[in-house]
Design a protein around this ligand. Structure first.
Ligand SMILES: C[S@@+](CC[C@H](N)C(=O)[O-])C[C@H]1O[C@@H](n2cnc3c(N)ncnc32)[C@H](O)[C@@H]1O
Length: 193
């Protein structure tokens, strides 16, 4: 899907991926790890900002990034009053427009939304957003119901191979998911080498 297509989805309020709250796997991750270092978090492909809000409410300075201006406008409106949270328009695959080295990158349904031909660009961009020792937490949609995408399917083996070049795997597991995605998602926690 092109940049323009994402924007028109938000303009038309046609956002079937939006569940109106943070990903269950992220909620569980934050609850299970209360002692995490409160370094700044980037949430690329943040959409309406539900996951970014969960990080900010847990005490992390958080930036949501999305290339669709209408998504950012809606996220800003929804997040009014949440401290330590901002949203920017930008392309995660290009040079960082936000001049801040992040301690964390968290993503949910961005990698699987990007054309598989651009996955190498994603893996190359990711370390550029992170400060030394930065961590990457992701919930990947391995097995979407309609594999013609987006979302495009991926495998645990492919993820391990692609991100293992720059990152050390801390843990991976099957997260709690929205009902329509049960058994289709896998969560990874990585640390920059
Ligand atoms: C399937 S939606 C998921 C949105 C959100 N993460 C969620 O789970 O509700 C994918 C999002 O990624 C955004 N996106 C796609 N490619 C992007 C890129 N290269 N940089 C930043 N955002 C991107 C789209 O505009 C869209 O909001």
């Amino acid at each position: 899907m092109s940049e323009r297509d994402w924007e028109s989805h938000y303009r038309d309020r046609d956002m079937p991926w939006n569940h109106g709250g943070p990903a269950p796997g992220l909620v569980d991750f934050l609850a299970a790890n209360p002692g995490l270092d409160r370094r700044p978090v980037l949430v690329p492909g943040c959409g309406l900002g539900n996951d970014a809000m969960a990080w900010a409410r847990a005490g992390f300075p958080t930036t949501g990034l999305d290339l669709a201006p209408t998504a950012v406008m809606l996220a800003r409106a929804a997040a009014g009053g949440v401290t330590g949270l901002s949203f920017e328009v930008g392309n995660f695959l290009e040079c960082p427009p936000v001049q801040q080295p992040f301690g964390w990158v968290f993503e949910h349904t961005l990698y699987c939304a990007i054309d598989p031909g651009r996955r190498a660009a994603y893996a190359d961009a990711l370390p550029q957003w992170l400060a030394p020792g930065g961590q990457f937490v992701a919930i990947h949609y391995l097995n979407p119901a309609a594999p013609e995408g987006p979302p495009f399917p991926c495998s645990r083996e492919e993820i391990l191979s692609r991100f293992g070049r720059h990152f050390e795997l801390v843990a991976d597991w099957q997260p709690r998911s929205w009902e329509s995605r049960v058994g289709r998602e896998w969560m990874f926690w990585w640390r920059l080498r």
